[in-house]
Ligand binder design. Structure first.
Ligand code: NPG
Length: 372
């Protein structure tokens, strides 16, 4: 496939409510979209980097810069590129996985649209809908949290994930368990807010029968996660620590993770995400699809990925209205706690031109001729 260029577009989507995690509060989703333009059509990618480098070292302005200066040129210089070649063509540039993932997604979408094949079919989806979990941010008070959880359960969400941090952990979990019962699928996410010295606090979560605790310790603490796994009963799930199929294999071998959250942006794209799925499936390790407040574009691809056979826990694949009153594509909706896997070519969804225009803050064009 020949590329004419990439368009980089920043969009700003206000969130329906502030979303607080152990690393910060988000009130707006300021996303970077990549449009791959070819002589025969286009494809869309979404970069999941946040405005500030608080979740990982990547951030949205940095992702835009590395794409312009280092990642787009080798792809545009190639006279013929297919999605499988994007990763290898960018492997000499260290890191920047979220930026690489956005480019690969755009190329993959353009390529699949030309073939009339969906993301789900390409990745190996075996389901036409996926169960939807919801991530619930840190709140000021427990009554507020209970109201939020109740509202999500009324909407049909099949699994609740509570964001935790030191000082907001055992009591909110206890309150949610007591109010909604033992049957509720419940898990927590610490976003690396604890250290091994907090083992005693974390083991106080054991009696609540959580599905998992996600990323309790620092990204680089693989060995410490393995040690923690020996003292707490709640299964440990890794998110930030897993940046490739290699790190997934290492974490599994070390006993650092019984569950893995797969986020395509974090690992460099959907093709590496599928490799991690395959590694986990071979080792009998449970996986689920994470979320990064994606617009309908990233959400479409995530939902397709979550339909692979090894995804055996509900993902953060919520409906669009969990985050946005207006999405840039037709919204994803909940149907009895599930979200439908798009079946159209490529992502199977399209940005709605007027909404896209309204939410756009900047647009830049990178022409292939400048790289040849
Ligand atoms: O449902 O899209 C979603 C968000 C789920 O909690 C969620 N994401 O740490 O996993 C996370 C968190 C996150 C959001 C991380 C935005 C980074 C940016």
């Amino acid at each position: 496939m020949k590329l004419d260029g990439f368009e980089l577009r920043r969009v700003s989507l206000p969130l329906v409510a502030p979303f607080r995690t152990s690393f910060g509060v988000e009130t707006v989703r300021d996303a970077l979209l990549v449009r791959a333009v070819t002589p025969d059509g286009e494809g869309w990618g979404e970069c999941v980097a946040t405005v500030e480098p608080l979740y990982s070292s990547e951030y949205v302005a940095g992702a835009g810069a590395v794409i312009k200066d280092f990642l787009a040129p080798p792809l545009l210089a190639a006279r013929d590129i297919d999605p499988q070649q994007v990763g290898p063509a960018l492997a000499h540039i260290k890191g920047h996985r979220m930026a690489k993932a956005a480019l690969e997604m755009a190329v993959l979408d353009a390529w699949l649209r030309q073939r009339g094949e969906s993301f789900g079919a390409y990745l190996g989806a075996v389901r036409d809908r996926v169960p939807a979990g919801v991530s619930v941010g840190i709140m000021d008070t427990i009554p507020e949290l209970l109201d939020a959880v109740e509202a999500y359960l009324e909407q049909g969400y099949v699994r609740i994930k509570l964001k935790i941090e030191p000082g907001w952990d055992v009591e909110p979990v206890r309150a949610v368990r007591e109010r909604f019962g033992d049957e509720l699928l419940l898990q927590v996410d610490a976003n690396a807010a604890y250290t091994l010295a907090d083992s005693a606090t974390l083991s106080r979560l054991d009696p609540f029968g959580l599905l998992l605790i996600e990323q309790p310790l620092d990204d680089e603490d693989l060995r410490q996660h393995a040690e923690l796994a020996r003292v707490i009963r709640t299964p440990i799930c890794l998110d930030e620590s897993i940046v490739s199929a290699k790190t997934a294999a290492d974490a599994i071998a070390m006993g650092a993770a019984r569950v893995i959250n797969i986020k395509p942006g974090r690992v460099g794209g959907y093709i590496e995400a599928r490799r991690i799925h395959d590694v986990c499936q071979a080792h009998g390790v449970a996986v689920w699809c994470g979320g990064m407040l994606e617009t309908g574009l990233g959400r479409a691809a995530n939902v397709a990925l979550a339909a692979l056979p090894g995804f055996n826990l509900p993902g953060d694949t919520s409906a669009s209205d969990r985050y946005f009153s207006t999405d840039i594509t037709e919204p994803f909706v909940l149907d009895q706690g599930h979200v439908a896997v798009p079946t159209g070519a490529g992502l199977g969804v399209n940005p709605i031109p007027e909404i896209l225009r309204e939410l756009t803050t900047t647009v830049e064009w990178i022409d292939a001729d400048a790289s040849r």
